[in-house]
Design a binder for this molecule. Structure first.
Ligand code: NDP
Length: 291
């Protein structure tokens, strides 16, 4: 039969997770601090647990998705000794260090622990394109539960270090915010001349950003080898000058350059250190904090 599952935390994300498990035919038990958030799910066939301990005891696998690790600690405390023998998948967003702490706490409680990072928004859960990164405990525990986890999205095990999935999640989302921040900034600059964001994004922004992604493998190779002078596409010294125009045009249009300024600083630093004839990827070195 299909694995029974408990979902703890029924915010926007937890609710989507529980709905996906229900839709896939898994017997699903739910608990939320504010109990009324379980009502819709119970109407759809979920079992309501009255306490964290009951919720944990109800199923073979426990998925936790609460706001932060303070909330995770509260949940662990309320579980008491009920976690003994359980398999916990904590896919709450947090730091690698917090994931490692939670793994240590789980060990004390006698449960297997796999941490995770959800690379999707709630409407994407259970649909193509969603994926979830996992790490911790063992590959075997992951594989045993993979059919269950695949209900949420492509399930990827990234290693036994419980902090690893979180590191990858935060790195990917750092890139996402850089890109989305850049997109919103560009809309603001053209918007200052009355150009609609929808027209602009369809006709220019999306095609440009999509095409530009093609340079990433080239940069990745330069970064892996530490050779930023090989097959230079455009020198950093040239880009440093051009970047000043991007920044100034923004300010001239009455749009903040706050999202651009840190990039200018990195380029200036790298050129000043004598690397102006390298490729852009050399800013990788300038990102490393000293001491
Ligand atoms: P919500 O703010 O919608 O829900 C937060 C949940 O945490 C609620 O169920 C809340 O309970 C619970 N909670 C908060 N504090 C405690 C506590 N001390 N004890 C017990 N439960 C507590 O957040 P989301 O559901 O959107 O997000 C949940 C996690 O998923 C977060 O870590 C988030 O970063 C991550 N995530 C979310 C994405 C999204 O797009 N929404 C995308 C990827 C990851 P109560 O109802 O009682 O307040």
């Amino acid at each position: 039969g299909k694995t029974d599952v408990t979902v703890i935390g029924l915010g926007d994300m937890g609710k989507a997770l529980a709905e996906a498990f229900l839709a896939a035919g898994h017997s699903t038990t739910v608990w939320n601090r504010t109990a009324s958030k379980a009502d819709d799910l119970v109407a759809k066939g979920a079992h309501r647990a009255d306490s964290v301990a009951d919720a944990v005891r109800a199923s073979e696998a426990v998925v936790i998705c609460v706001l932060d690790y303070r909330a995770v600690k509260d949940v662990f405390e309320q579980a008491g000794d009920a976690l003994d023998g359980s398999v916990v998948f904590n896919i709450t967003n947090g730091l690698p260090a917090e994931a490692k702490e939670a793994a240590a706490l789980a060990k004390e409680k006698g449960c297997a622990y796999i941490d995770g990072g959800i690379m999707a928004v709630p409407p994407m859960i259970g649909k193509p394109g969603a994926f979830v990164l996992y790490s911790g405990e063992s590959q075997a525990v992951f594989e045993d539960n993979k059919p269950l986890l695949e209900v949420l999205g492509d399930a990827r095990f990234t290693g036994t270090d419980p902090g690893h999935a979180s590191l990858l999640d935060l790195a990917l989302n750092g890139a996402m915010y850089g890109m989305l921040g850049g997109a919103v900034h560009a809309m603001a600059v053209v918007g200052s001349e009355g150009i609609g964001a929808q027209d602009f994004s369809t006709s220019l922004l999306i095609p440009y950003l999509t095409g530009i992604m093609g340079i990433v493998p080239h940069f990745a190779k330069q970064i892996d080898t530490g050779e930023y002078t090989v097959d230079v596409a455009a020198t950093l010294a040239m880009q440093q000058v051009g970047f000043r125009n991007i920044r100034q045009a923004s300010v001239d249009q009455g749009i903040s350059s706050a999202l651009l300024d840190p990039m200018q600083d990195l380029m200036d630093k790298r050129v000043a250190a004598g690397f102006g004839s390298d490729d852009f990827s050399g800013v990788y070195e300038a990102l490393k904090l000293e001491g």
